[in-house]
Design a protein around this ligand. Structure first.
Ligand SMILES: Nc1ncnc2c1ncn2[C@@H]1O[C@H](COP(=O)(O)OP(=O)(O)OP(=O)(O)O)[C@@H](O)[C@H]1O
Length: 355
């Protein structure tokens, strides 16, 4: 498959701050590719380097196979959408959207045709004559997107474009964006620190931490097979449970023992046992592998109840049915779905593969 964007060995420092450290990215043509990471991970810097707004200290950027490291932003032919809408206040939605086309001095018929295409795509036909002050945040956001979409660039770079919206609009816009991506067939590089947003829209996610890529994969791959402890606990809510253990033929922790479900261990080594709260169950069937503990806290959340259970000197969170009723201090057993558990090396924190 052709790559739309390849970043190789990108480093970038601002004074003492190393924002990017030998960053590597390979974004396939036509992908909805999400850069996910916490605040300060280097997401915006990565976009700016790719867009040509920032010069990397080392490394190269290739766009559809061509070295663009020294190209100007205009030569790169990428459209950027920012978190702030940055609409011209004295222009209507239609004028805002058409501004890149007017700048290129396209004939009016062409501008009208583009405007029609984009406003249909974004469902904003009825907003075209309104000024920014007459629109909601979500409407302005769509107009700002429209202004990027009329350009038909090589790829779209989007930096947290939904951050200012309320939850309902965000959810709506996620659906819209995936629909638009599909209908345009263009490469989207999308930055967010919101894992739900990343998971719901991306074909591929790159998880970024302190200027380096930790893992690249589909949302499911990253959720089900996190490459290391950091990714495992960054992705997923509640966080993945981690219990210290000694691993060999069995996994032994403080007050618990489970069979080793096939992790490749030579000899005996300290490790971290990881299990997501939905892969533990308080409906224990007799023969299943289980952990014994004591209820520490119960948090009913409407659609589910989170039960916090003390196991030895550590705690785990277990997802239970909304109707579940447990008393604090109650002795419980949690069965473990051994097909879905994880093991991380205690020193390197990398995931240990199954043999
Ligand atoms: N122009 C700059 N001058 C100095 N430091 C900067 C500059 N731009 C970014 N940084 C620093 O580089 C690091 C990465 O910043 P960046 O904005 O890329 O992170 P981010 O992942 O986009 O974060 P956020 O989600 O908060 O926007 C941060 O420590 C930031 O403070």
């Amino acid at each position: 498959m052709t790559s739309a964007i390849v970043a190789t060995g990108i480093s970038k420092s601002f004074g003492d701050v190393e924002a990017l450290k030998a960053l590597e990215l390979d974004i396939p043509e036509g992908a909805f590719f999400v850069l996910l990471g916490p605040s300060g991970a280097g997401k915006t810097t990565t976009l700016r380097v790719i867009a040509g707004l920032e010069t990397p200290d080392t490394g190269t950027v290739h766009l559809t196979g061509i070295d663009a490291t020294k190209a100007t932003p205009a030569e790169r032919d990428l459209a950027m959408v920012f978190q702030s809408y940055a609409l011209y206040p004295k222009q209507t939605a239609a004028e805002n959207i058409a501004s890149p086309l007017r700048a290129r001095k396209l004939p009016k018929s062409e501008i009208d045709a583009q405007l029609k295409r984009v406003s249909e795509l974004l469902h904003i036909e009825e907003l075209l004559n309104r000024y920014p002050t007459q629109m909601s945040g979500g409407q302005m956001q769509r107009v700002a997107l429209g202004r990027a979409l009329v350009r038909d660039p090589r790829a779209f770079l989007m930096d947290e474009p939904l951050t200012n919206l309320d939850l309902k609009l965000r959810v709506e816009m996620r659906t819209e964006l995936t629909r638009i991506h599909r209908s345009l067939g263009r490469t989207f590089l999308y930055v967010t620190n919101d894992q739900v947003e990343a998971m719901s829209m991306a074909d591929q996610v790159a998880v970024l931490r302190e200027g380096t890529v930790q893992q690249v994969g589909s949302a499911t791959e990253i959720y089900d097979h996190p490459a290391n402890r950091w990714v495992a606990t960054f992705v997923g809510s509640p966080r993945m449970n981690l219990l210290k253990c000694t691993a060999n033929g069995r996994l032994e922790g403080d007050g618990w023992t489970l069979p080793n479900p096939g992790f490749g261990i030579q000899g005996e080594r300290p490790a971290l046992f990881g299990v997501r709260s939905e892969d533990l169950s308080l409906d224990v069937r007799e023969e299943s592998a289980s952990l014994a503990g004591k209820v520490y806290a119960v948090e009913p959340l409407g659609d589910r109840t989170l039960v916090d259970v003390e196991i030895g000197d550590q705690r785990v969170i277990i997802k239970a049915a909304p109707t579940a009723s447990f008393k604090i201090g109650e002795e419980v057993r949690a069965s473990v779905d051994l097909d879905r558990v994880h093991l991380f090396d205690a020193d390197t924190e990398s995931a240990i593969a199954r043999a």
